[in-house]
Design a binder for this molecule. Structure first.
Ligand code: ATP
Ligand code: MG
Length: 436
């Protein structure tokens, strides 16, 4: 036997018993973004390497060590997208969607980062993200937070995530603060680790979110960015906090929250959980008013967030807040002989036509009645429809409930729709009437 091939390390298959929950989650997300009037944008998975270097920043974890970068056959340097924001801005600029306009956009799809695979951290992972353009007030920041809070409610996770927010101020305020911070850190060199000493030179704000307890102790007494905000940013942040309070959204101001990407300014936020170990951030976002111009467009305010879908699904599974049926079909259609196969197929097709949301599976591959019923049971069907020679001649069908009460009985084909609608409590399109 030849050797079996394996998926690339850190990149996962989605198997049928997992994709049911994923689809449920994705559908919920689509419903919620539509609920807020957001429109979908789809961008390529591969972009010029320059795009990410210029947006995410040269001295960030992503650009320094996590990107999947390669030369294509023309010698152009390309990169598998590590996140969605840069591509959105690139597309918005390229197609003239941003300048002097308002956009509320969302996307969902795979991202790639060469990290050490572990629970909640993979090399191909999926993000759902939202990006808005042309809106500079705290009202839109608030809207994004409200939308994420609604998502937690929809997923039954409100009580295991908490919101942390901070403001990074303007670029100018931040660079003044940066100098102060470096002076402070320099005075505490002895207590810093190698990573922090390096970051002190390249990206000192990142020292603030070090995970090393000894560094954290130094950082606890460092000057705070929040005390060095420019007046407008302070006003923006105060208004956001006030409105969150008025709307009953609990939050915690975390002055050490800086986010790993260079392009943020003013509001940054994260939704964090204690239920996933070290990979606790499920959703993260912030304002990036300078990025559109930095990537060659006209200055346009922007704010967005991204959610990690693997972490979301892990959280739902850990907390068991959602149950999705693992049945592959609702109805299983069985033909008792070759002679009635065409009639049975017509019965199945008619049901699919009448009830677009009903899952109707036709038995294929022949076999006796016992074998076919076993198959119906295995895929989790609720109702078997059995067609034999007698049924075909009389234009009838036999129905047999597969779970719980009820005996097999025979009815006119013309009455099948009414029977199925009643059995599953369906409306005219085949959706559960209770949900309609
Ligand atoms: P972390 O601090 O966990 O590395 P990050 O700051 O790099 O996260 P972002 O770039 O803000 O993450 O991405 C937003 C979200 O995408 C994260 O909060 C997380 O839920 C998810 N995410 C990021 N990297 C990965 C990964 N390698 N595997 C799975 N999910 C990820
Ligand atoms: Mg990371």
């Amino acid at each position: 036997m030849s050797k079996q091939l394996q998926a690339v390390r850190g990149m996962n298959d989605g198997l049928p018993d997992q994709t049911k929950l994923w689809q449920w989650v994705e559908n919920k997300i689509r419903t919620v973004v539509a609920n807020y009037g957001y429109q979908e944008i789809r961008t390529p998975i591969v972009e010029s390497t320059d795009l990410f270097k210029r947006s995410i920043g040269e001295v960030t974890d992503i650009v320094e060590k996590e990107m999947y970068t390669f030369d294509d056959r023309n010698g152009d340097s390309l990169t598998l997208r590590p996140e969605g924001t840069a591509s959105c801005v690139r597309a918005g600029n390229q197609h003239g969607l941003l300048y002097n306009q308002q956009q509320r956009l969302w996307y969902m799809g795979p991202m790639f980062r060469h990290e050490r695979p572990q629970k909640g951290r993979y090399r191909q992972f999926h993000q759902f993200g939202v990006e808005t353009y042309g809106l500079d007030g705290p009202d839109i920041d608030l809207e994004l937070i409200l939308m994420s809070a609604r998502l937690w409610r929809e997923f039954g996770l409100s009580d295991c995530v908490r919101l942390e927010i901070n403001s990074l101020g303007s670029a100018q305020a931040r660079s003044a603060y940066r100098e102060k911070l470096v002076r402070y850190l320099d005075n505490h060199r002895d207590s810093l680790d190698e990573d922090s000493l390096r970051r002190m030179q390249t990206n000192p704000l990142r020292v603030l979110d070090s995970k090393n307890p000894q560094v954290q102790a130094v950082v606890a007494n460092a000057p705070q960015l929040l005390d060095h905000l420019d007046v407008e940013s302070k006003q923006h942040f105060d208004t956001l906090c006030e409105r969150l309070t008025q709307l009953g959204i609990e939050f915690e101001v975390n002055p050490r929250l800086v986010r790993g990407l260079d392009y943020y300014n003013r509001t940054v936020f994260e939704w964090v959980t204690e239920s996933l170990g070290a990979q606790g951030t499920v959703l993260a976002g912030g304002r990036y008013d300078g990025l559109v111009e930095q990537l060659g467009g006209k200055a346009t305010p922007a704010v967005g967030f991204a959610m990690g879908l693997e972490r979301l699904v892990l959280l739902i599974e850990t907390r068991q807040t959602v149950t999705v049926s693992d049945a592959a079909a609702d109805v299983y259609v069985i033909a008792m002989s070759e002679d009635c196969a065409v009639y049975a197929t017509q019965v199945a097709e008619q049901l699919r036509e009448s009830f677009t949301a009903l899952r109707v599976q036709m038995h294929c591959g022949g076999g006796n009645m016992k074998k076919q019923m076993k198959r119906a049971d295995k895929i989790g069907a609720q109702l078997a429809i059995i067609v034999g020679e007698q049924e075909r001649q009389e234009q009838q069908v036999s129905v047999k409930p597969l779970r719980g009460e009820g005996a097999q009985h025979t009815l006119e084909h013309a009455l099948l729709n009414a029977h199925v609608a009643q059995f599953f409590d369906l409306d005219d399109s085949g959706f559960a009437a209770a949900q309609a």
